[in-house]
Design a protein around this ligand. Structure first.
Ligand code: SAH
Length: 305
């Protein structure tokens, strides 16, 4: 099937109305794109500026009719608020979902792990596959910080005895917990302040054949775990791949208390110039640095209690 892409770039107030109009004519719904700005150190990205709304019309015998109706609807909307003219772009003879999928290759991490999109089968049987859809927002495995965490996780699981349970603070896609479970952990607790991350983690856990009882998930953070809101309050391995200022705050809130004596804490999401401060804070809370990994500006720390 060939498609005609219709797009309009408008201010955020108008985007919903435009999406509504385009959506009436596009069988696959609409796509919106907006730039992201980082307002401060703790900001994980705030959408800013104009929004581009795109829709795809099937290029069939009704195309001209559909296009006329669509322009008519936009004309009426334009009488309420001024609108730019729609831009049209022919999307060639290809299945663009398939083309999109082809761009993704499995990512080998450390000695044992391999991150794959959910539609791909593991070809290298010497590795442990973790299926995470790259379309998902959180922790696709492509981020250097996630890769560093996975590498450190792997080294901890090579130790004897390996940790039997993990706590994953800011679980995102659930990727770190899923890796820990695949590497031999019997139980993982994943928390995140974003409910969408919990839903996404559950989905990914299912795609990876993780039994529901092995992976507890819930909305919350360090405070809730310390307060006993979940089935465990500590573990021999704790993971937190968030951002340095948040890690520092979480250390103050009791992050180190989640780590059993002798256990490990992986801290990541840290930029090179922030690492020293995070190491110091970890030390103040009874942890010492045992390993440090870096890719580009990103640093991950392995600490032991
Ligand atoms: N663990 C995943 C995702 C990292 S992204 C990975 O390694 O790839 C960081 C996640 O932390 C996001 O999902 C975000 O919602 C969550 N987060 C941010 N602040 C948090 C806080 N104070 N407590 C718990 N989770 C938090």
């Amino acid at each position: 099937m060939n498609w005609l892409e219709v797009s309009l770039t408008v201010n955020p107030e108008l985007a919903e109305a435009v999406a509504d109009v385009l959506g009436r004519f596009a069988p696959n719904g609409v796509v919106t794109e907006q730039a992201v700005a980082f307002l401060n150190d703790e900001d994980e990205g705030t959408p800013t500026g104009d929004i581009t709304v795109k829709a795809y019309l099937p290029m069939d015998e009704r195309l001209e009719d559909t296009r006329r109706k669509l322009e008519e609807s936009l004309y009426y909307l334009g009488m309420i608020a001024p609108l730019p003219a729609p831009a049209y772009n022919f999307v060639g003879d290809q299945n663009w979902m398939e083309a999109w999928k082809l761009r993704y290759q499995p990512i080998a991490i450390g000695r044992k792990l391999m991150i794959l999109p959910a539609w791909m089968e593991l070809s290298d049987q010497t590795r442990v596959g973790i299926k995470i859809d790259p379309g998902m927002a959180f922790g696709t495995g492509a981020h250097p910080s996630t890769q560093l965490c996975l590498e450190l996780l792997e080294t901890v699981f090579e130790q004897k005895p390996a940790p039997r349970s993990v706590i994953d603070v800011g679980c995102g896609s659930g990727i770190l917990s899923i890796a820990a479970l695949k590497l031999g952990a019997e139980f993982a607790l994943g928390v995140d302040i974003d409910q969408a991350a919990i839903v996404n983690s559950r989905e990914n856990a299912q795609n990876n054949g993780i039994p529901e009882t092995a992976f507890q998930l819930g909305t919350g953070s360090v405070e809730e775990i310390c307060a006993g809101a979940f089935s465990i309050t500590s573990a021999p391995m704790v993971l937190a791949n968030i951002l340095a200022p948040i890690l520092i705050r979480l250390l103050q809130a009791g992050l180190a208390r989640l780590v059993m004596p002798g256990g490990f804490l992986i801290l990541a999401g840290i930029l090179e110039h922030q690492a020293e401060e995070v190491v110091q804070k970890a030390q103040e809370h009874g942890l010492h640095l045992t390993d440090r990994r870096q890719i580009n500006d990103w640093v991950a720390l392995l600490c032991q209690k």
